[in-house]
Design a protein around this ligand. Sequence first.
Ligand code: 5GP
Ligand code: ZN
Length: 112
Amino acid sequence: MDCVFCKIIAGQIPCSKVYEDDNVLAFMDINPLAEYHTLVIPKEHFEFLWDCPAELSAAIGSALPKISRAVQKASGSDGCNVLNNNASAAGQAVPHIHFHIIPRFENDGVFT
Ligand code: 5GP
Ligand code: ZN
């Protein structure tokens, strides 16, 4: 499987890990839009959110609040965006489900 995130899960590519449980891994984005920009991925490979089975979706849904709270605390941000891009039309570059947690500050201009 030629998937960069599967290689990270397998330990073949290093990452800066911030959270891990049986189903989910979170690590720092290599090209962050803001400091502490974090990616949350399921450990099992699915390309699109609509492919994700209910139990795995629940595991991701359970992990996201915990990880976003940790990102919020570490970054001291005023808020955050949680984004999931599906397919190239929506800006997906890596074909493995992932959620961006992007710390935001008032008037930071990261997104308009
Ligand atoms: P997408 O555009 O698919 O929603 O976002 C993919 C994200 O994965 C990008 O923000 C990009 O910087 C990040 N990314 C791509 N390759 C790697 C990698 O090898 N390591 C890490 N930590 N992040 C990566
Ligand atoms: Zn993968």
